[in-house]
Design a protein. Structure first.
Length: 403
C-alpha cells in the first residue's frame, strides 16, 4: 500500500510540474520608463488558465487575454517601471489550471443600449460585448447610448462614434479613478457636484482625437459607404482595455473594390496615451489615408515635423453655453516614420497627417489631457514637454529578452 501511495504521489508531482511553466525575462531600456507595457505571447506554452508575475522579487498585477474569443488565452500583459541602464528581472509562472488571479480593476469599457423604460441618462442597463449594424441603419450614431463603445483607465476616458465619422470624443476627469460605469458619459448635476468629470471636446465632423479617414489626394473623406459597422470589447482588467471597431465592406471611393478594416485601440492603466492598430483584409500598400487631431478653437500647435503633432486650446464642448463651461484640452498624435506620408498645414477644422499602410497594417498613437485634472498638465508648454517625452518612450521601447 505504501508503494502505491508513493507511486501516486510521484505521478501527481510530475503532473503538477508539467502543468506549470516558468518564463524568465530580462527587461531593460535606454531611457527610464514608468508603467511600461510588457506583453508575452502565449502560443508556445499551450492553453494557460492562470499566471503569476514576479518583478524584481515582488508580485505585480497581470492580465490574461483571449483576443480572438476561441477559449484560449493569447497574451499575458503587465506593467513595469524600468530604470535607465538597469536590468529588471521578471519571472512569470504560467499554469494550465486554476483561474486568473483577481487584482484591482484599473481599466473599463462598455457598450450600452438605451432602455426606453429608464429615463436617467447615467443609469442605462442594457450592456453588450459587441454590436453590428447594417448599412440600412440610416443613423447608427443614435443606436447606442453614448453613441458607441466607451473605454477608460484612471486618467482618461473616451467614446468612439458609431457612424461615418468614427470620431474619438473625450471625457475629462478632475480626479483619478474609473467613472464611466457611473456617469455613462452623461454626468448628472449631482455627480458634477461630487467631482466627476464630463465631456470636454466638441468634435463635429473633425478628426476629434485621431479618427482614421480616407484621403482623396487633397482632403479627408468619411466612411460613408460601409456594409456593416461593428463595435466590440475585447478585454478589460487590471492592466489594459482593448476595444475594436470594424468597417466591413467599406467602399472608399466609387468604382473601388470594398475592403474590410479593423481598428484596435489599446489603453494601458496609468497611461494617458493609447495605440491604434489598423488591419485591412488585404495588402493596401500604395493607398493613402488620413488622420490627425481637431484644430481646437484658439489652439496653439506644436509639431516636430517628424511624426509628433499636438495642440492646446479652449472651446465650448457643446452648443449649450448656459449649462456647460469652456474646456481646455491638450491633444497629441504620433505617427511612426514607416506609416507617415506627409503633414498637411492646419485648416479651420484639423491638423491632418496623411498616412500609408505597410502591407495590410497602419499603426499610430494618441494622447490627451484635460486642464480640469488635478494630476495633469495646465499649459501649452507643459503639454508640449510631455509630448516630447512621450515620443522618446514610443521610439525607445523596453527591450525584452528571455534568460
Amino acid at each position: 500500500m505504501k508503494r502505491i501511495i508513493f507511486f501516486l504521489s510521484v505521478c501527481m508531482a510530475g503532473t503538477l510540474a508539467s502543468a506549470q511553466t516558468k518564463v524568465h525575462l530580462n527587461l531593460s531600456s535606454t531611457i527610464s520608463q514608468e508603467a511600461a507595457p510588457i506583453v508575452l505571447k502565449l502560443t508556445p506554452y499551450g492553453k494557460i488558465s492562470s499566471a503569476i508575475v514576479m518583478l524584481d522579487g515582488k508580485e505585480v498585477p497581470c492580465q490574461l487575454d483571449d483576443l480572438n474569443k476561441d477559449g484560449v488565452m493569447d497574451e499575458l500583459s503587465f506593467l513595469a517601471d524600468i530604470q535607465k541602464g538597469i536590468t529588471s528581472k521578471a519571472t512569470i509562472r504560467l499554469d494550465k489550471s486554476g483561474a486568473p488571479k483577481e487584482y484591482p480593476q484599473r481599466t473599463f469599457a462598455e457598450i450600452v443600449l438605451r432602455n426606453p423604460k429608464v429615463t436617467e441618462k447615467n443609469k442605462q442597463d442594457i450592456y453588450l460585448s459587441s454590436i453590428t449594424v447594417d448599412k440600412k441603419t440610416t443613423n447608427p450614431y443614435n443606436v447606442l447610448h453614448h453613441h458607441g463603445v466607451a473605454f477608460e483607465n484612471e486618467l482618461i476616458g473616451m467614446r468612439i462614434y458609431m457612424d461615418h465619422r468614427q470620431t474619438i470624443d473625450l471625457y475629462g476627469k478632475f480626479h483619478q479613478g474609473l467613472e464611466l460605469e457611473s456617469t455613462q458619459f452623461y454626468t448628472s448635476k449631482e455627480q458634477k457636484a461630487q467631482g466627476y468629470g464630463d465631456d470636454v471636446l466638441w468634435v463635429g465632423n473633425s478628426f476629434g482625437l485621431g479618427a482614421l479617414r480616407g484621403w482623396d489626394g487633397s482632403k479627408p473623406t468619411m466612411l460613408d459607404n460601409v456594409a456593416h459597422r461593428t463595435h466590440r470589447i475585447v478585454a478589460m482588467g487590471p492592466v489594459r482595455t482593448i476595444v475594436e471597431v470594424e468597417d466591413n465592406g467599406w467602399t472608399i471611393a466609387s468604382g473601388q473594390e470594398p475592403i474590410n478594416m479593423t481598428l484596435c485601440y489599446t489603453l494601458y492603466a496609468g497611461h494617458r496615451d493609447f495605440d491604434v492598430d489598423v488591419k485591412f483584409n488585404r495588402n493596401m500598400t500604395g493607398n493613402e489615408f488620413a488622420t490627425g487631431i481637431i484644430n481646437v478653437k484658439n489652439s496653439t500647435e506644436y509639431s516636430d515635423h517628424q511624426g509628433l503633432r499636438g495642440c492646446w486650446g479652449t472651446d465650448w464642448p457643446a452648443s449649450d453655453t448656459l449649462n456647460w463651461k469652456r474646456e481646455t484640452v491638450g491633444l497629441g498624435i504620433y505617427v511612426p516614420t514607416a506609416y507617415r506620408v506627409k503633414e498637411m498645414p492646419a485648416d479651420k477644422d484639423n491638423y491632418t497627417t496623411v498616412v500609408k499602410p505597410i502591407g495590410n497594417t497602419i499603426r499610430y498613437s494618441l494622447a490627451y489631457t484635460s486642464d480640469n485634472e488635478d494630476y495633469g498638465y495646465h499649459s501649452a508648454d507643459q503639454w508640449n514637454s510631455y509630448l516630447k517625452e512621450w515620443k522618446k518612450r514610443k521610439e525607445n521601447p523596453v527591450v525584452i529578452k528571455k534568460r
